[in-house]
Ligand binder design. Sequence first.
Ligand code: SAH
Length: 406
Amino acid sequence: MAEGKVWIKRGREKPIRNQHPWIFSGAIGRAENAVDGELVTLVDHKNRFLARGYWNSQSQIQARVMSWQDETIDGAWWRAMLSRALALRASDLVDSEKAACRLVNAENDFIPGLIIDRYADWYVLQALTRYIDNQKVAITAALADVTGARHVYERSDAAARKREGLPQATGILRGGPLPDLIEIEDGRRFLVDIKSGQKTGFYLDQRDNRQLLRELVRRHSADASGKARLLNLFSYTGGFALAASDVGRVHSVNVDASRPALELAERNFRLNGYDEAAHGETAEFIQADAFDYLRHCARENMLFDCVVLDPPKLAHHKTQIQRAARGYKDLNLNAFKLIVAGGYLMTFSCSGAISRDMFQKIVFGALADSGRQAQVISHLSAGADHPVALTFPEGEYLTGLLLRVL
Ligand code: SAH
């Protein structure tokens, strides 16, 4: 059967010409032979070529652009795209044996719907759309050609698949058997559970911010007499606290709702040489709701030199912005109350629906209610292996602030 063809309505082709990859139903005039999960050619109302993309009538985003050139999308195309993505990552993230990094960041690497993360000798593939789902065997082959990947695991269990009319899919795509845990090196040593951990197993996007925290604590504790007290809220497997503990003289309180995450955090501390005996002094691991725990700290008049607030996505959709804003404000307000004068707050939102600006306003509101003063030391975002295409503002989800609190 001939490949599908999709006519874009007159006047609706501009975003496509400007390299935005999403095409909603309202922009589509007519479709011929378009099959869900297959490639289509996109043309304007005068039948002039616009782009090549893929189709899914069951999704709100009916087409996504794979290329703005009239080119064949085949094995060679995949190898070229994956090679380029690989070449764009820092060499220390791809050359070293235990490195972990995001190799393909979907639309932001101009491959809509595809995420590939690497954890040492395992690659984790996440297919978020029907076409990518159909192509996963071909993509795995191209990935092996380009990277020499021997082991590939699929974690296509993200909520976004529902919106594409796809069930969840997980399992080995190549190689194996899958070990229970994979050890990676990301500043410190970490054990990653790619089978049942969150996201594809680890929050790779926070690498640079963990490093920044480490630097901050290093400078801070150089002139402080005792241990720096760190409250690491939404700790997951301990990423921020471990980075900071590198410096020594840090006591971290790690709080998360997930028992398995905290267990892994404890193991990660041990893996980095914080043994059982010294353990109690270095880090605590507390299973609790972080919102409640913050209030508990305030009641107990606890004080910290630094608080990290890295909550899960509180707004999954535009309709949840108001409620999410109240959540972020509550967290930040209570965090401000616990920080010593001259201490720091590292605060994040990973809700794409909440803009950088809006987040800053929410934190400002929390500050005003707390009666404290604060200075912005840095604006934070995801690391360079999570680039954002300039033509695709939707690709920016992680935003944060490093504040000095007075
Ligand atoms: N800072 C972490 C990533 C945090 S992801 C890192 O650097 O790796 C968000 C975490 O919040 C998850 O581990 C999740 O288990 C936890 N979580 C979600 N809701 C929570 C709640 N109400 N209270 C405490 N933890 C929560």
